[in-house]
Design a protein around this ligand. Sequence first.
Ligand code: FAD
Ligand code: LAC
Ligand code: ZN
Length: 473
Amino acid sequence: MTTSAESSAGIFDELTAALGEKGVLTGDAIAERYCTDWTGDYSRRPLAVLRPADTEGVATAVRLCARAGLAIIPQGGHTGLVGGGTADGPDQVVLSLDRMNRIRAVDPIGMSMTVEAGCILESVKAAAEEQDCFFPLSLGAQGSCQIGGNISTNAGGLNVLRYGMMRDLLLGIEVVLHDGSVFSDLRALRKNNTGPDLKQIFVGSEGTLGIVTAATLKLFARPRWIETLWLSTDSIEAMMEVYGRFRREGGEFLSAFELIPQNCVDLALELSPETPSPDPGRHPIHGLVEISASGGPDPGPWLEEMVAALFDSGLVKNGILAQNAAQAQSLWRIRELMVEAQQKRGLHLRTDVSVPVNAIAPFVREVTAVLDNVLPGLTVLAYGHIGDGNVHVNALRPAGMDAAAFKPLIAGLTQDVNAVIDRFGGSISAEHGIGVAKRAALAARLPEEQRLLLAGLKRLFDPQGLLAPGRIW
Ligand code: FAD
Ligand code: LAC
Ligand code: ZN
């Protein structure tokens, strides 16, 4: 076994012979996107980038790397927010799935589709729509993230409250294991109670147990009516009341409910001043709500009554019911812009936490007070998917503080957020995963029995410790 960059030179010749010239990049041929993630916070040149074109190529690459003792960091769209897809040590190669982007089949009767792991989420959604079906996973990064990355992080996003997370959308999987063998079960079975469901072990395992090469996904009926609302309230407590009313009275019509504070709207409009302000009155808390139905009677009349009642009750102070698709899009654009705007501000505190839904209001108040107190001048941005109890408690650094001065404070601020999360019995990672960023925080919270089971799982699936080392465990 060889372990250094120099002595592994021969392995790259072998890999090139197996994967072709396009399949192995080294040196200057490695484009920046393989080195630096979307946040810009994680960056490192891997020894090489392997780009197999098919499952057999992935299997060969894994076998050869295992023989040479090279660690593999699987990489999808590189949009993950916890540093998982970036090389971070010597003797590591990135294995990119980007050439494995074929839609293998769409079945509009069984309502399923089978796709390769490197398919971009947006193209998966488009292929489903071509067959008059709907694949519901939706997130801001959908133009770049890949289905393999979505599975490996158990991605969530905007429609979880109706359709569930990636885990709930998976019918089958194909995975290359540590020795190059292939675990394949791409059957579109809706029911299969033959013991533990092995495919679920790979969901959320961030490349540490195997490399996902293909998946069979659940499809749904395409929504025929979509209504988009922007509702503004005076407080987060009022917004939770509004949410509760929609949840109880809207039932399965409710497909998204996003919490957006005014400071996030300000950020979005700062980045795109031509975007119309959804609430010139600048109420402090907004909700971006989507109601949709795939069939049956148009929910429009019910919705109008519901919104009128919310105004009458005094809970909602201002609101927009989008009159057409363009207006709906411009409301959702604010949701996207506020995330882009944070990235443009450079290094900032970024978290992804969850609490029981009924604790969101007190949690947001407490965590904001804690952060304001620890570092006055922070702009705390607490937004997210409140139907899932999932808040991104992010914060921009105080005016005048540069990134170099802020960087050493991030770990402490994150611990402060996590301490509040612990008091509320929440989770330090709701949807982004653990990666390298949250490894220590997870380790500090894992009960011993769970740690032992997970360590055993890792030994079983990756005895050499070469699959995404340093992630999660
Ligand atoms: P990558 O970043 O490339 O990789 C993520 C992890 O998965 C890494 O550990 C990597 O090693 C592993 N991996 C990737 N592909 C494979 C594979 N084929 N086999 C095994 N392991 C693999 N996330 C949400 O959950 N909800 C959101 O609402 C959301 N919004 C976002 C908005 C923006 C603007 C951005 C930039 C990100 C957002 N994310 C969100 C985070 C991110 O998009 C998701 O985590 C996504 O699932 C990552 O997919 P990817 O293909 O980019 O994976
Ligand atoms: C979002 C990402 C950051 O919800 O998860 O915008
Ligand atoms: Zn999110």
